[in-house]
Each structure stands twice: as structure tokens, then as C-alpha cells.
Design a protein around this ligand. Structure first.
Ligand code: GLV
Ligand code: GLV
Length: 319
């Protein structure tokens, strides 16, 4: 018999066909995420699991799946939704999708930064609702990237691509913090977090969510930033203490924030963040270019097929 795989959402024809050529495929074919109960019942007895960042893969899911589960492939670069300790203990292989989403996510980060600093959404709203009375010297002004110091927290693949895309905007100085990378080819300077926070005009979070980065943006760290600072987060909502961010935006401790990720997701409509004009909120679309989403699905499918064949996976998450 063919190996079996459970896929937690529609993943497009190319990835689906790849999987079907090699596996018995069961798909959660609805537009909403699979419910916990359906996930638990559908994962039983499967050889492979194709999941998204909307599914929490923990001990309970792994226990339900049973001992024949050999591989989990997530269609994401982030893996904070996976309990890696439990997965590793069971010797289950893990695939993820780095690289193929780097440029799309870097593009979106730049778009969000400019939308936030130059108040694009607020301006569009004013143009439509009658707020546009006349050209006006200081109306809808925001800080420029030209001459700015940009600080990137987490200088991995995505952080470095953000940096190289921002350089042509005439930034004065590029600084970063990183657990691992002390040198780079971008003429960026490795600094302490305190120095980054206190000197950056733009603070951009592109780090992974780990126990070390959880809520690293909090009352303390927002207070260290310039009151003119723009904060951009395209990593995970969990790196921010959101109540502290709301306070910082309300009290003008910082100037503005642009968020592609929040806690929780989706962000409830009654969240105070939606009431703040100096906050731009996107529904987690960092990697959402047409080409990229398909490449992510195909890479996750290939990760599964290779693992089931006992071959090296194109993108194995080694932990
Ligand atoms: C998106 O957030 C991803 O982790 O791929
Ligand atoms: C993930 O954050 C990456 O840098 O690819």
C-alpha cells in the first residue's frame, strides 16, 4: 500500500499532484483551519502530516497519530507551532520552507515599513472621506528612510534581504542584533540590543519566536526606543508584549508600528490596536506572493516524499 498523508488545507494542484503520485492523500478541503477535533481524528494512523502554522502540533496530536508517523512538513519557515522536543523524542523528521519565501517576506516588510512611516493607509482614507481639503505643508508627514538608522532584530535570511532592499533608500546606518551572526557582507554593524533600540529610527523584527525572543518587545524595550521610532514586526506576534505595544503607541513612547503578525491571529476586531491611527495591521501576509505560496506548498510536499522514501529532504529542520 502507498504511504498515507494528512494535509490540513488545500495546497494547490502542483503540490497535491506530487503527493498523490506517491501517497494516499487525505485533505482538509475547507477554507477555515481544521478544527482540533478533526485534526486529532484525521491524523490517526498516518505516515506523514502536511500542516500549516495554524495547527499546533503537540504531544496530544503526536500521541493520536501513533508510531507510524515518520514526517511532519510545515508550509512555513516558522516552527514555533511545533513541539520540537516531543517530535524529536519520537524520531519524527521535520520539514519546513526557508529560502523560497525570503524575497516575498522581505518585500512585504519594506511595503509595511513605508506604509507605516509615510502613513499610506491613513492618507488613502483621508483622500476618500473628504479629509483632503487642500495641499498642506505638514499634513500626513512621516519620517523618511533617507538618512535614517535602521536596526534589524534577527539578521537571518529574511533580515538580511530586508537590509539589502532598504539600502537603496539612502539609509545612513544599518545595525542588527543576532544570536549567531557577528559578521556579514552588507556593511551592517552588529550591536547590543540596547544600542539598537536607543539609536534606531526604524526597528524591524525578523527574528524567530523562541523562548529567548518571547515578548522581548515590552514596556522596558519600548521605553529604550526613540519617541520618533517606527517599529515593524513581520516575525511572530509572540515576540511582542502586545499590551505594552498598545501603551507605547497610545502614550507616543514610540511613533508608530506596522504589524504583519499579532496575538492572537486573527486579531479580534475589538482590539485596541485597531483604534490606533499610528498602527498598520496586516493579516499575516508576509510570504503571500502568488509564486512563493506555490513554491512553499511544493517544497513541503517534496519534504514529505523524500522523507517517506528515506532520502534526504530538500529542507529538513535540524534541531
Ligand atoms: C510565515 O509566517 C512562515 O513562518 O512561513
Ligand atoms: C527566518 O526567519 C529566516 O531568516 O529565513
Amino acid at each position: 500500500a502507498k504511504p498515507s498523508v494528512y494535509v490540513t488545507r488545500e495546497i494547490g494542484p502542483e503540490a497535491t499532484t506530487l503527493l498523490k503520485n506517491f501517497c494516499d492523500v487525505t485533505i482538509w478541503a475547507q477554507s477555515e483551519p481544521v478544527s482540533r477535533a478533526d485534526l486529532l481524528s484525521n491524523v490517526q494512523g498516518k505516515d506523514a502530516l502536511f500542516c500549516l502554522l495554524t495547527e499546533k502540533i503537540d504531544k496530544e496530536v503526536l500521541n493520536k497519530a501513533g508510531p507510524q508517523l515518520k514526517v511532519i512538513a510545515t508550509m512555513s519557515v516558522g516552527f514555533d507551532h511545533l513541539d520540537l522536543n516531543e517530535i524529536k523524542r519520537r524520531k519524527i523528521k521535520v520539514g519546513y520552507t526557508p529560502d523560497v519565501l525570503t524575497s516575498a517576506t522581505a518585500e512585504l516588510t519594506v511595503a509595511l515599513l513605508l506604509a507605516t512611516s509615510r502613513r499610506i493607509l491613513e492618507a488613502n482614507e483621508e483622500a476618500r472621506n473628504g479629509g483632503w481639503k487642500a495641499w498642506s505643508p505638514f499634513w500626513l508627514c512621516g519620517p523618511s528612510l533617507n538618512g535614517a538608522t535602521v536596526g534589524i532584530v534577527g539578521f537571518g535570511r529574511i533580515g538580511q534581504e530586508v537590509a539589502s532592499r532598504l539600502k537603496p533608500f539612502g539609509i545612513k546606518k544599518l545595525i542588527y542584533t543576532s544570536q549567531t551572526l557577528k559578521k556579514n557582507e552588507l556593511d551592517a554593524q552588529h550591536v547590543s540590543l540596547d544600542e539598537l533600540l536607543s539609536t534606531s529610527d526604524f526597528v524591524i523584527a525578523t527574528c524567530a519566536l523562541t523562548p529567548e525572543t518571547k515578548e522581548m518587545f515590552n514596556d522596558d524595550t519600548f521605553k529604550k526606543m526613540k519617541s520618533s521610532a517606527v517599529f515593524i514586526n513581520t516575525s511572530r506576534g509572540g515576540v511582542v508584549n502586545q499590551d505594552a505595544l498598545i501603551r507605547a503607541l497610545k502614550n507616543k513612547t514610540i511613533w508608530a508600528a506596522g504589524l504583519d503578525v499579532t496575538t492572537p491571529e486573527p486579531l479580534p476586531l475589538d482590539s485596541d490596536l485597531f483604534k490606533l491611527k499610528n498602527c498598520v495591521i496586516l493579516p499575516h501576509i508576509g510570504s503571500a506572493s502568488i509564486e512563493t505560496r506555490n513554491e512553499m506548498a511544493v517544497l513541503a510536499a517534496r519534504n514529505i516524499i523524500s522523507a517517506l522514501k528515506g532520502e534526504n529532504m530538500p529542507s529538513e529542520l535540524l534541531t
